[in-house]
Design a protein around this ligand. Structure first.
Ligand code: SG4
Ligand code: ZN
Length: 261
């Protein structure tokens, strides 16, 4: 059933092998961002991020990643501006990472992988009544991507890392109130943006991607804490949660725009 690890699913799920089998699969994610092919758009506004730390609810190991989920019943944690026409509500954030530091991110820049990538998932509550409906529609979701690179210890991430042993196994959830994920987003305003999809089934082409140019630095111990998590439930043969990223998808007829020159 749906219980197998991300890697196993990656190998078995036909959608992962042939992007062309997706109906209308013309804007799939992730992609390689070729810096010199991106087009500066002077009309792109700065992205404004306004998160209320008290909307943070819990951390959940869902068997593919760990998700930090937020109360999205009101407009208390939102983003606005950038390439977006409406404001979008924060639903959850999660990460993708590798077994080793040489890979792990979903997007690449000039074919370079980072060891991990943060995704902050937001939905268009102005136009759609529920997150589930937004997932299915063209302008339903906005995901901010932030690359993690190896370097200095990250104080803000450590709060999260300290909580991870409690959600080691698949299907475990713990309370995690009061966290402001804007501490994980670099203050440098520069970003790339393009029209893409979710990177896991249902792979719907509903995502406006906003990829921050500047990575955040995390240390080796913090990446190792991610790699201690398990794809598997308590009692099953342990499989480490690593390499939970989707392979690169063709750019096809798309332009990546940049907010910077
Ligand atoms: C991860 O697998 C999350 O666990 C999923 O969250 C998420 O799906 C999925 O990634 C795709 O998101 O930003 N990488 S992504 O395109 O947010 C959704 C859940 O399954 C719908 C809740
Ligand atoms: Zn993701």
């Amino acid at each position: 059933g749906a219980c197998c690890s991300y890697r196993l699913r990656n190998a078995l799920h036909p959608l992962w092998q042939s992007p062309l089998s997706i109906p209308g699969g013309s804007r799939q994610s992730p992609i390689n961002i070729q810096w010199r092919d991106s087009v500066y758009d002077p009309f792109l506004k700065p992205l404004k991020i306004s998160y209320d730390p008290t909307t943070c609810l819990h951390i959940w190991n869902n068997g593919y990643s760990f998700l930090v989920e937020f109360d999205d019943s009101t407009d208390r944690s939102i983003i606005v501006g950038g390439p977006l026409e409406n404001q979008y509500r924060l639903k959850q954030f999660h990460f993708h990472w590798g077994a080793i530091n040489e890979w792990g991110s979903e997007h690449t820049v000039d074919s370079k992988f980072y060891p991990a990538e943060l995704h902050l998932v937001h939905w268009n509550a102005v136009v759609y009544p529920t997150f589930e409906e937004a997932v299915m529609e063209g302008n339903g979701l906005a995901v901010i991507g932030v690359f993690l690179k190896l370097g200095a210890h990250h104080e803000g991430l450590q709060t999260l890392v300290d909580a991870l042993p409690a959600v080691k196994h698949k299907d475990t959830v713990i309370e995690f109130d009061v966290f402001d994920p804007s501490c994980l987003i670099p203050s440098c305003p520069d970003y790339w943006t393009y029209a893409g999809s979710l990177t896991t089934p249902p792979l719907t082409e509903s995502v406006t991607w906003i990829i921050k140019k500047k990575p955040i630095e995390v240390d080796e111990n913090q990446l190792e804490a991610f790699r201690m998590l398990l794809f598997t439930s308590d009692g099953e043969e342990e499989k480490r949660m690593v390499d939970n990223f989707r392979p690169l998808q063709p750019l096809m007829n798309r332009t990546v725009r940049s907010s910077f020159q």
